[in-house]
Ligand binder design. Structure first.
Ligand code: ARG
Length: 414
């Protein structure tokens, strides 16, 4: 008799822990393998996953995807990507995680993949968009069995599963290199002001300030203060540094894919810094029409990123446009951490479209053979059509019979 194996996205939390016995009991699999993918979560999360896997006697793999993930984060920088103010950490990570789990599943001859996401969130959609491109069966036990947290806690107790029943922490937290998200608990009330203890990567801003120089090559951040860094290290470095100035906190009402609104709090010091610096550099090197058009391309890219659909053909096309624009995005931006903000305060590039001599008030301001006086003709024409239209309107208004002008439609008794 052949053994059927399922690979489970495993975190060691309540949902994925109860999924292990359920995949055997309810779905009839002989073997479950747990896969935890490293996208830059804190060490404690791997410890929890490993310990729980051991206690469950689960065959468990930890797969490193930090470098791939950092590259995706830098794609997001090139697209200036945020969704409703959120720099998309969780959303960007899910397809990377899903792909790694699929790889492990295929290596181990599994016939199915499973996740512990519920039927309310975005993650089920992001995971399955990747998995359903394969021939493997896709299983979502929590969603399919309609489980509630209460039921899971009771079941775990009955089975003696290694979970801290009901003590999974006050909030639901998801961390990776790019952002830390905090939701649930008292934060579910949008009128509740978050307490300082929801934050882990940022302190409350003080009067202290600091400036850093971020260097980009073709849109990719490559150095901080002149020190070249690999993507993962660069992100970690800026999370730590900008976090000390309270940079990168957001509190927002987020519209999930299924339509539900959720109150989310995020921390993302490096993302905020890099996105601000990148946009500032684009402001120097791209033409006005490139910037305007790219704005809509960027928005579309961010939308697809939120949906976990960066592998669709539309995004390849958007990527082509973005890559073309980024050839000029080489240079250095100085960012000031001040009052919880990462504010670009200086920028320089060999590709600068800005011409100091042309814009300056101090010089004659000559560009090639164009002189100031050449603008006179342009100024005469500027707004010409609007003037014509306004003149035509006031002409018809003065010639209209007065009774047609009254609001109640009646004749004007004067
Ligand atoms: N709402 C965000 C997203 O869908 C993050 C969700 C993170 N999950 C959590 N348990 N905090 O991308």
């Amino acid at each position: 008799m052949s053994q059927e194996t399922v690979a489970l996205a495993f975190s060691g939390g309540l949902d994925t822990t109860v999924s292990v016995p359920l995949l055997k009991e309810e779905y009839g699999y002989d073997d479950v393998i747990g896969v935890t993918v490293d996208v830059g979560q804190p060490q404690a999360e791997f410890d929890e996953a490993t310990e729980t896997a051991e206690a469950l006697d689960l065959e468990h793999y930890v797969v490193d995807a930090t470098e791939e993930f950092a590259d995706v984060c830098f794609d997001a920088v090139q697209a200036n990507a945020t969704y409703q103010g959120y720099p998309l950490g969780t959303a960007l990570a899910r397809p990377v995680i899903a792909q790694k789990i699929l790889d492990v599943a295929e290596e181990h001859g599994a016939t199915a993949v499973a996740h512990g996401a519920t039927g309310k969130g975005n993650d089920q959609l992001r995971f399955e968009a990747v998995w359903r491109q394969s021939d493997l069966d896709v299983i979502a036990p929590i969603r399919e069995l309609g489980l509630t947290r209460e039921w899971e806690i009771e079941y775990a107790e009955e089975k003696g599963l290694p979970v801290d029943a009901g003590n999974d922490g006050e909030w639901s937290i998801d961390s990776n290199l790019w952002s830390r998200s905090v939701e649930g608990g008292d934060l579910e009330d949008p009128a509740h002001v978050p307490t300082e203890d929801i934050y882990d990567w940022t302190v409350a801003p003080t009067a202290e300030t600091e400036t850093v120089e971020i260097t980009f090559e073709a849109g990719v951040p490559v150095a901080v203060d002149g020190d070249e860094m690999a993507p993962v290290s660069l992100i970690e470095y800026l999370n730590d540094l900008a976090g000390q100035y309270g940079v990168g906190r957001t509190d927002l009402m987020e519209d999930r894919m299924l339509g539900l609104k959720v109150r989310e709090n995020y921390e993302h010091p490096a993302a905020t810094t890099l996105l601000a610096a990148h946009e500032a550099l684009e402001g120097l090197v791209l033409t006005k029409d490139e910037r305007q058009f790219k704005n809509s391309v960027d928005q579309e890219w961010a939308e697809k990123a939120y949906e976990g659909l960066l592998s669709v053909p539309l995004v390849s096309a958007l990527d082509g446009f973005i890559a073309e624009t980024q050839t000029a995005v080489t240079g250095t931006v100085t960012v000031k951490f001040e009052g919880g903000q990462a504010r670009p305060v200086a920028r320089e590039s060999d590709y600068s479209v800005y011409s100091e001599s042309a814009a300056s008030f101090d010089t004659a301001g000559v560009l090639g053979d164009i002189t100031q006086d050449d603008a006179t003709g342009v100024a005469k024409y500027h707004g010409f059509q609007g003037r014509l239209a306004n003149a035509a309107k006031s002409e018809t208004e003065t010639t209209k019979p007065t009774h047609e002008l009254t609001a109640d439609g009646g004749a004007d008794e004067e």
